[in-house]
Design a protein. Structure first.
Length: 63
């Protein structure tokens, strides 16, 4: 049986914008999807991968 993401949410910094991503909880990781095309599906990451991504964003590695 495949688990389905739960608790989809947008960043509080997204405000009312429509071109954002949503994050859902899946097992010990995260699922990510495009708010403009939710029917396109989502990708998943492990908890470790997600934590590394968040750390990189917070340290401005993508600026």
């Amino acid at each position: 049986m495949t688990a389905h993401p739960e608790g989809w949410r947008k960043s509080s910094r997204s405000h009312q914008r429509t071109s954002c991503v949503e994050i859902g909880r899946i097992g010990n990781g995260a699922a990510v999807r495009d708010t403009k095309d939710r029917s396109a599906g989502y990708f998943t990451t492990t908890g470790t991968q997600w934590a590394a991504f968040i750390d990189a964003v917070k340290s401005e590695r993508f600026e």
